[in-house]
Ligand binder design. Structure first.
Ligand code: UD1
Ligand code: UDP
Length: 386
């Protein structure tokens, strides 16, 4: 039987991490059935947002790098579309796998579907119901250009039903007759797979930061709504500083370059104060194994990241989310994520609650069995192997 040829499309940091779960499963169980071609759009290009993950995780090195770099939405998305269309037409894959909700996701979905190549969307059905987020537009449109949609949660699956996707569809599947499938979350696969390795390999990293288990707070901020609005940016970082200093607790902040640029340009005095604080360590973005260690040992996590709030759950840590809403609504219902937006009072209230009640929190298994990648690849083979 012919091997199935897939294009595995990455561009931004979390997509490289997600794609490693698929790459690893192909290399492990499906090597004689699937040929994988990795395409990196080049949306992220700094070593610590890209190369570090190829070095550390079990992902195939990119066969194609489109090198689009940074730019406004239209230019970045347009460049990816133009360049990826050529790759698709040359490679002639049986299907194209896309992840999440970035500009790389949308561009690949449009380019592939318009050339009549089936799109497989991993992390389908996530919704914030806030179309002011670029990610919401990207994910809705990517879902509607897909032939096979893998929903990570029950809520995501229901969101797809509400938009007219039908679980009762039967093969042959096409963009007009798509297949929706509830699989669990491949990031849970990754967290389980890499947690022990992180413990073995990243002891020195933790010692270097001089952090003591359960005696520090981990924070990440990168979402455009928080970096590009000076009021929100200032409200968030002033509150973090005040909380770390008044409670005399260490806070480590691996800073996305977007946020570093925003702080330097929009709030230089605050940036200086953060850098000077004896309780706050602003560091460069860290590798995935380092991030796992920081998450596993933290007392509390504060973030606006989709991935990090979920990992807080995987590692049984309470989490304050600096957004008005989240796609991972089960975490809020569970009481282990609190939405605080960029509101200092709400951030302080959530901080006080979690610092005093962490022992009563529970972390049920919302995200599958850690074998989502294998189920996805079985389904892909079933549907696309001619
Ligand atoms: C993108 C995604 C976001 C995702 C995030 C993961 C979109 C619209 N947004 O946001 O959903 O959560 O990736 O981290 O696709 N930059 C660098 N070096 C790099 C890459 C970016 O310095 O390697 C800086 C540039 O100034 C750039 C800015 O970061 O303009 C924003 O990068 P971009 O890829 O447009 O969006 P992210 O904020 O990273
Ligand atoms: N991450 C990382 N190093 C960092 C910050 C985040 O490895 O310095 C990982 C994190 O563990 C998670 C993913 O990157 O798996 C989340 O990416 P990000 O927050 O950039 O984007 P989002 O998930 O919000 O799209």
């Amino acid at each position: 039987m012919n091997k199935l040829k897939i294009l595995n499309i990455v561009g931004a940091r979390p997509q490289i991490i997600k794609a490693s779960a698929i790459s690893r499963a192909i290399a492990g169980e499906f090597a004689d059935q699937i040929t994988e071609i990795v395409v990196h759009t080049g949306q992220h290009y700094d070593r610590e947002l890209s190369e570090v993950f190829f070095d550390e995780l079990e992902i195939r090195m990119p066969d194609h790098n489109l090198q689009v770099g940074s730019g406004r939405h239209g230019r970045q998305t347009g460049l990816i579309m133009e360049r990826i269309e050529n790759v698709i037409l040359n490679e002639k894959p049986d299907c194209v796998i896309i992840y999440g909700d970035t500009n790389s996701t949308l561009a690949a979905a449009i380019a592939a579907s318009k050339q009549h190549y089936p799109v497989v969307h991993i992390e389908a059905g996530m919704r914030s119901f806030n179309k002011a987020m670029p990610e919401e537009l990207n994910r809705v449109m990517a879902d509607h250009a897909s032939t096979l949609l893998f929903a990570p949660t029950n809520t995501a699956f229901k969101n797809l039903m509400a938009e007219g996707f039908r679980p009762e569809n039967i093969a042959p599947y096409t963009i007009n007759n798509p297949r929706v499938f509830l699989t669990g979350d491949i990031m849970y696969d990754n967290s389980l797979f890499y947690a022990d390795l992180a413990e073995k390999k990243k002891k020195d990293f933790m010692e270097g930061l001089k952090l003591t288990e359960s005696e520090y707070v981990l924070a990440t901020i990168h979402r455009d709504m928080n970096t590009d609005d000076p009021e929100r940016l200032t409200a968030i970082f002033s509150t973090l500083r005040e909380l770390a200093e008044s409670n005399q607790i260490s806070m480590v902040i691996p800073l996305h370059p977007r946020t570093l640029i925003a702080l330097r340009n929009r709030a230089p005095e605050l940036y200086q104060a953060l850098s000077d604080s004896q309780f706050i360590s602003v560091i460069r973005p860290v590798s995935f194994l380092e991030m796992i260690m920081l998450e596993k040992k933290a007392r509390l996590i504060i973030t606006d990241s989709g991935g990090v709030q979920k990992e807080s759950h995987f590692f049984s840590k309470p989490c304050i989310v600096l957004r008005k809403e989240t796609e991972w609504v089960e975490l809020v219902k569970n009481g282990t994520v609190r939405l605080a937006d960029a509101d200092p009072a709400a951030i302080r209230e959530a901080w006080d609650y979690f610092m005093n009640n962490s022992e009563v929190l529970h972390y049920p298994a919302f995200y599958g069995d850690g074998k989502a990648a294998v189920s996805m690849l079985k389904e892909i083979l079933e549907i696309f192997r001619s």
